[in-house]
Design a protein around this ligand. Structure first.
Ligand code: SF4
Ligand code: SF4
Length: 300
C-alpha cells in the first residue's frame, strides 16, 4: 500500500505542556536534514522505519539471531548487537522477540488516523486552550502530508503549532503556515560556518525562511537551544542578539539535558554529548538576562 499523504511518526505524546499553550498532543515526525549532536530525539532523525533496541528489556534468549536472514545479530554480554550496515530493515527479528526489546520505530499514519488520536483529548484542549503540536524530526520534511493534517485539525477549531528548524524549501514552510497558530522556530547559531560544522548544514536557508515567515505574519517564537561548549559563548550570543533584534520576536532559551542519551544506542547511533554538562539554570538565567538587557522579549 502506498504511503502517499501519510505521515511517518516516531511517537505520539499526550498531555504535554511545554510545546504550546494548554494541554497538547505532540506528534513527533521522523526524518530531519540536520544532525545536531545534542538532539534529544535521535529516533526521529532517519526518514524511514528503523530497528529500535531497548537493552534493559532484553532477556538474551537468542530468538532474534535465529530469525535474522542477514545474520547480522549477535549476543555479547547478555545484550544484542546489530550490525546496522548489514540490516535490511525486514523487521523479522521484532516479530520473534518475546520481550519486545526489538521494536520497529516509525509508523505511517493517515490524516484520519491522526485526527482520531488528537480528538481523544479535545475536552482537555477546549478547557485549556491546547491542541496539536507537530514536532520531530523536521515537520517540513513531510510538508505535504503535514498540510493535510493541519488543515483538518484547524477546521475542527483546534489550536495548531509546529516546531521546526526552518531548514527546507520555502514552499514547504509557506504551504503550512496558514494552518499554524504558532511556530516554534529553532535558531542554533548565527554564524553560517559554525552552523555547518556542527549541524551539517549552514543556516542561510533557515534565516531566509525566517525572514519570509515573518513577512507572512506568522506567529513565531524563536527557540534557542543553549548547549554548553557548543553555542553559549559570547561570540554566538552577541551575534544572535544582533541578528534577532530587528525581528522583535519572543525568544525562548532552552536547557540542554541528557534525556535522549539511551535512545542513541537504541537506534545504533554514536552519542557525542556523553560527557557534556547539562545547562545550568544560573547560566541560562544569565543568558536570558543578557538577551533581555539587549532588548529581546524573553520567555522562560
Ligand atoms: S531487521 Fe535487520 S537485524 Fe532484524 S532480522 Fe531484519 S535484517 Fe536482521
Ligand atoms: S529476541 Fe529479544 S529478548 Fe531475545 S535476545 Fe533478541 S532482543 Fe533479546
Amino acid at each position: 500500500m502506498s504511503n502517499e499523504n501519510k505521515l511517518l511518526v516516531s511517537d505520539i505524546q499526550r498531555f504535554c505542556t511545554h510545546d504550546g499553550p494548554g494541554v497538547r498532543t505532540v506528534v513527533f515526525l521522523k526524518g530531519c536534514p540536520l544532525r545536531c549532536p545534542w538532539c534529544a530525539n535521535p529516533e526521529s532523525l532517519e526518514a524511514r522505519q528503523e530497528l529500535y533496541y531497548i537493552k534493559n528489556k532484553c532477556i538474551a534468549c537468542g530468538e532474534c539471531i535465529k530469525a535474522c536472514p542477514e545474520h547480522c545479530i549477535s549476543v555479547t554480554d547478555k545484550h544484542v548487537v546489530v550490525e546496522r550496515d548489514t540490516c535490511t530493515h525486514c523487521f523479522l527479528c521484532t516479530g520473534v522477540c518475546p520481550a519486545t526489546a526489538l521494536q520497529i520505530k516509525g509508523r505511517w499514519y493517515t490524516a484520519d488516523e491522526l485526527v482520531e488520536q488528537v480528538l481523544k483529548d479535545q475536552e482537555f484542549f477546549d478547557r485549556s486552550g491546547g491542541g496539536l503540536t507537530l514536532s520531530g524530526g523536521e515537520v517540513l520534511a513531510q510538508a505535504a502530508a503535514a498540510e493535510i493534517l493541519l488543515r483538518r485539525i484547524k477546521q475542527l477549531g483546534i489550536h495548531c503549532a509546529i516546531e521546526t528548524s526552518g531548514f527546507a524549501r520555502w514552499k514547504n514552510l509557506g504551504r503550512i503556515l496558514p494552518f499554524c497558530d504558532l511556530v516554534y522556530y529553532d535558531i542554533k547559531m548565527a554564524d553560517a560556518e559554525r552552523h555547518l560544522s556542527v549541524t551539517g548544514q549552514d543556516n542561510k536557508i533557515i534565516l531566509n525562511n525566517l525572514f519570509a515567515a515573518v513577512k507572512e505574519g506568522a506567529n513565531i517564537v524563536i527557540r534557542l537551544p543553549m548547549i554548553p561548549g557548543r553555542n553559549m559563548d559570547d561570540d554566538n550570543i552577541n551575534a544572535l542578539i544582533k541578528m534577532l533584534l530587528p525581528y522583535n520576536l519572543p525568544v525562548e532559551p532552552l536547557v540542554f539535558h541528557q534525556l535522549g542519551k539511551n535512545k542513541y544506542s537504541a537506534v545504533g547511533k554514536p552519542y557525542e554529548m556523553e560527557n557534556a554538562a547539562v545547562s545550568k539554570k544560573e547560566d541560562l538565567a544569565s543568558i536570558a538576562e543578557r538577551l533581555k538587557r539587549a532588548g529581546l522579549k524573553v520567555i522562560l
